[in-house]
Design a protein around this ligand. Structure first.
Ligand SMILES: NC(=O)c1ccc[n+]([C@@H]2O[C@H](COP(=O)([O-])OP(=O)(O)OC[C@H]3O[C@@H](n4cnc5c(N)ncnc54)[C@H](OP(=O)(O)O)[C@@H]3O)[C@@H](O)[C@H]2O)c1
Length: 293
């Protein structure tokens, strides 16, 4: 069996088309969804992520602004900016690009964002609301994974989902999303981590296996049940002399071997990645709808 390749690029494009219509509806009512992004320093990955989000906003007709602080910015300056953005009705969503330099307390900054503008879904109020099944916003990567599953015809309902990784941005919120007694969820969820004994024995029980470990090709074909659906969240650089950059990106799964065994699998790149930015756009539009209701 050769697996169905679940294209995040295609599913993200489908969602963006739907969003355009929602943005049009809001504009007819005189509302332009607005997204404020705060970046501190010039970390190349952060610069690239923020510019990708800004480009996606522009394509959808969402107004966005990026506020850039120098690497040595003081915590109080960033906090004051977030407080100002909380009050600014132009912006329905606020995002602070992580990681922040070490002199700034990340939790303090995230906890200052108004939960109704917290389009990353990282504020403790949103984390708590997610767990009880009433989120204002779902964090973008796990929400994108749910959409990939549902829209590719691989609904998690009634399935055993095994998630490898328990980070606050992927593993834990994905667990909280998929365990809800809701459409597109209602799964039996197992979360694994480095404290898990005999990982392979658990991953082999998965109808849907999610790899979010940050470890190149850590999930091998023998760890996957025949006919399982595999979602690869990992983005890892491995040396590749044939590339100009000297490296290439691989996921957390051994894609080539697993695709001969799985029912469906996401590629890296082109799987989960394009969904993350798209779900940020979904949250921004939702924020504008909520704040104008
Ligand atoms: N495409 C996207 O949009 C997107 C978004 C976010 C993240 N990512 C990628 O997804 C990956 C995970 O990101 P993250 O932020 O969730 O990572 P993270 O914070 O580093 O967490 C990794 C998790 O995996 C677990 N883990 C690591 N190695 C393991 C192993 N051998 N066996 C079992 N569990 C293991 C860790 O367990 P412990 O808790 O025990 O340490 C931890 O819970 C990274 O490659 C990241 O770049 C991609």
């Amino acid at each position: 069996m050769t697996a169905q390749i679940i294209s995040g690029t295609e599913i993200a494009a489908e969602i963006r088309e739907e969003l355009k219509a929602k943005v049009e509806e809001l504009k007819k009512r005189g509302i332009t969804p607005g997204l404020a992004m705060v970046r501190v320093g010039e970390d190349p990955a952060s610069v690239s992520y923020v510019s990708g989000k800004s480009k996606a906003s522009e394509e959808l007709g969402i107004y966005s602004e990026t506020i850039v602080f120098p690497e040595d910015a003081k915590e109080e300056e960033v906090l004051a900016k977030v407080e100002e953005l909380n009050k600014d009705p132009k912006f329905h969503g606020i995002l602070v690009q992580l990681p922040l330099p070490k002199q700034i307390d990340t939790d303090k900054i995230l906890n200052t964002i108004d939960p109704r503008k917290d389009v990353d879904g990282f504020h403790p109020v949103n984390v708590g609301r997610l767990l009880i099944g009433e989120p204002y916003f779902m964090p973008c990567t796990p929400h994108g994974i749910q959409q990939l599953l549902v829209r590719s015809g691989n609904s998690p309902e009634g399935k055993h989902v095994v998630i490898c990784g328990r980070s606050n941005i992927v593993g834990k919120p994905l667990m909280a999303i998929l365990v809800q007694k809701k459409k597109g969820a209602n799964a039996t969820v197992t979360v694994c981590h480095t404290g898990t004994k005999n990982l392979a024995a658990i991953t082999r029980q998965a109808d849907i296996l999610v790899a979010a470990m940050g470890s190149a090709k850590a999930i091998t074909a023998d760890m996957v049940k025949e006919g399982a659906v595999v979602i690869d969240v990992g983005v890892n650089r491995i040396p590749d002399a044939t590339k100009k950059s000297g490296f290439r990106l691989v996921g957390d799964t051994d894609f080539d071997a697993i695709k001969e065994k799985a029912k469906a699998i996401t590629p890296v790149p082109g799987g989960v990645g394009p969904m993350t930015v798209t779900m940020l756009m979904v949250n921004t539009v939702r924020a504008a709808e909520m704040q104008s209701a």
